[in-house]
Design a protein. Structure first.
Lengths: 304, 65
């Protein structure tokens, strides 16, 4: 029995990212010159993206900053853990691919990247070390240590802060710009979302819940000609066809670039089975999906 | 060196291993419940969604800028 493809090919990611970025920056209305001045509250509600709370334009908090604040206050971060788990279990790292304001900036930067170097696999663990270190250093120093010294996202905060209040010392400004330049240079040679792949502690936090995400990649192996285009375009440097592996569940940001570029439409982003895998889910691993054509026919059509 | 190789091989095997959907589905609902419970406890312990003390421009000054 032929089954429909589960999921969609996400062509509308960029508009969603732009809207998300603008929504995160709503605090800009506080700074309207003269005239109308909107009352945008500066809440400590957290969002699921890197969105520096120090930014004049922010009105939602960054989970990493808030997590450190909780550790410094010697309070157990029930709220942050709950929110991160909720986001992780529902949309998982799709939050990185679709919602994170820094993600949009990285995607724009990546347009100009020329990947020449593939870092070793163990570097992916750095983000988990970052996450652990963030908690330990906040506890040890009673400072928001990570944001102050190591965070890429602080650039989002410090530049608007400096432009509006100009109370930031040049030392800090140039320090963060230097760190930003370092990550940009690294991204230039590595390609893809190097920050998300190797360093982002928020990505690490989301990936833990993201293993159980309700959104996942679907792969139709019958149509696949193993052209490996999906691997080449993946910004996270994973093999999108291995959809059920732990690595994919941890790393995939569901950006859908693989689905968009796949010449045979073998990949799509869509809902994961919510209750039981059931017969349909099991059957799709054995039987052609949709109006599947034999591999030879697909290859022939590609050469036309 | 052997331990390091062994660990990296184990990590690679774990990361490459398929995770059965059955397990994922069962744990997912449990984790979702835990997430809602954690948020509820967090909000009971304080108005964490709106903390004025850490939600002002002084937040950045608190960073040492």
């Amino acid at each position: 029995m032929a089954l429909p493809i589960k999921g969609i090919t996400p062509f509308f990611r960029l508009p969603v990212q732009v809207v998300s970025f603008a929504t995160h920056r709503l605090g800009i209305f506080r700074k309207l010159p003269d005239g109308w001045h909107a009352e945008i509250p500066r809440t400590s509600a957290v969002t699921c993206g890197l969105n520096c709370q120090a930014c004049e334009l922010a009105w939602l908090g960054c989970p990493t900053g808030m997590l450190q604040q909780y550790v410094i206050d010697k309070r157990f971060p029930f709220y942050i853990i709950g929110i991160m788990l909720l986001v992780g279990v529902t949309i998982g790292r799709a939050a990185c691919g679709w919602i994170c304001p820094m993600g949009l900036i990285l995607d724009v930067i990546n347009k100009g990247c020329k990947p020449k170097y593939t870092p070793p696999e163990w570097m992916r663990y750095i983000k988990y070390v970052y996450l652990g270190g963030l908690v330990v250093m906040a506890f040890a120093t009673s400072l928001i240590f990570f944001c102050r010294y190591l965070c890429f996202g602080a650039v989002l905060g410090i530049i608007p802060y400096w432009l509006t209040w100009q109370t930031v010392s040049y030392t800090w400004l140039f320090y963060h710009l230097g760190a930003f330049a370092f990550y940009l240079t690294f991204s230039f040679y590595v390609g893809g979302r190097a920050w998300c792949r190797y360093f982002c502690p928020l990505g690490a936090l989301l990936s833990l819940g993201g293993v159980f995400s309700m959104i996942r990649l679907h792969y139709n192996w019958v149509w696949c000609t193993h052209c490996d285009i999906c691997k080449k375009v993946c910004p996270m440097g994973i093999d999108p066809t291995k959809t059920t592996t732990l690595k994919n569940r941890l790393e995939c940001i569901k950006c859908g670039r693989c689905a968009k570029k796949c010449p045979n439409k073998c990949l799509s982003v869509g809902p994961a089975p919510l209750f039981t895998p059931g017969k349909d889910e099991k059957v799709t691993k054995r039987v052609p999906v949709g109006d599947a054509r034999p591999v030879g026919e697909v290859q022939a059509s590609n050469h036309k | 060196m052997n331990i390091r190789n062994g660990l990296s091989k184990l990590a690679a095997r774990l990361r490459g291993a398929p995770v059965p959907d059955d397990i994922i589905i069962r744990l997912r609902w449990f984790l979702l419940f835990m997430a809602i419970l954690a948020i509820y406890i967090g909000l009971q312990m304080g108005d964490d969604w709106y903390v004025k003390d850490s939600a002002t421009y002084d937040w950045a000054r608190g960073l040492g800028y």
